[in-house]
Design a protein around this ligand. Structure first.
Ligand SMILES: C[S@@+](CC[C@H](N)C(=O)[O-])C[C@H]1O[C@@H](n2cnc3c(N)ncnc32)[C@H](O)[C@@H]1O
Length: 253
């Protein structure tokens, strides 16, 4: 592909794809089986040196995929150039496949539910956590699109390592709902089962009425008096860690 072909190729795929911004996002997406129809860099030697150092497992795939283009051509397809000068498009997995993975029983690891989250960076950080802990998936309720480009950026290409979908509370997959709330029972005395839905409220308003009505148990993270709450993504991190430390198995690929 030449610089001249790039805008046409990019436009052709952009509609059904998500942007992988930077080397690390592309590396993660490839590791977890993403289909990547186009990948460019204005520093091919630098990108392959990074692959040698950090990702020898996908070096061959990167060598075949990455097209070297000029700095101007690279900059024309991204909003803000990334320090690694790498950008790619990956095909977004079908909603059917995501819903099937979320509904599949028996479930070996929890589903994280973000109830009406507002902050795109928080949602991305949670997807990255879910991928790291081998969670079955991340479901959002409300208006935030969990495949929004800013969420994909925050997720570092790890949307491809777990199922990510938006659903109504009434459509949540089966399983006991453990809803995280400072007023709940102390999580340190609770074993979170592998088939749990771990639900977290929005940054501003906490858990919605609908989610509370669907919850089987309310559980709290330890927090000293006078502190109102933790950040959403750090709450998810502590809860997934608690699940793993009390018997939950972090899945290996
Ligand atoms: C920033 S907090 C929401 C604060 C909100 N003002 C409220 O009224 O709950 C976002 C979510 O993180 C989780 N969370 C934060 N701190 C927690 C704690 N100490 N125990 C359990 N969950 C917590 C809850 O699910 C909460 O809805």
């Amino acid at each position: 592909m030449t610089d001249l072909d790039l805008p046409v190729a990019w436009r052709r795929y952009a509609e059904r794809c998500v942007l992988l911004d930077g080397f690390h996002a592309l590396k993660h997406a490839l590791r977890f089986g993403a289909e990547v129809p186009v990948a460019v860099t204005s520093d091919r030697a630098g990108a392959l040196a990074l692959a040698d150092e950090l990702a020898p497992d996908v070096r061959e795939a990167l060598e075949g995929l990455l097209t070297g283009v000029s700095r101007e051509a690279y900059a024309s397809v991204v909003a803000r150039p990334h320090p690694t000068a790498v950008a790619a498009l990956a095909v977004r997995p079908s909603r059917e496949a995501g819903l099937e993975a979320l509904a599949c029983l028996p479930r070996r690891a929890p589903v994280v539910v973000l109830d009406q989250p507002r902050n795109l960076g928080n949602a991305g950080a949670v997807i990255r956590l879910a991928a790291g802990f081998g969670a079955t998936g991340v479901v959002t309720t409300g208006t935030l699109d969990p495949w929004h480009p800013a969420v994909v950026r925050g997720g570092a290409g790890l949307h491809f390592a777990t199922a990510v979908e938006r659903l109504e509370v009434g459509e949540l997959p089966p399983g006991p709902v453990f809803a995280l709330d400072p007023e709940g029972e102390d999580i340190r005395g609770v074993r979170l089962p592998d088939d749990a839905l771990l639900a977290f409220g929005s940054e501003r308003g906490g858990l919605s009425r609908e989610l509370r009505a669907r919850a089987d148990r309310l559980v709290a993270l330890p927090m000293r008096p006078q502190v109102s709450s933790y950040n959403l993504a750090t709450s998810v991190a502590m809860t997934l860690y608690h699940w793993s430390a009390t018997g939950g198995a972090v899945r290996t690929p």
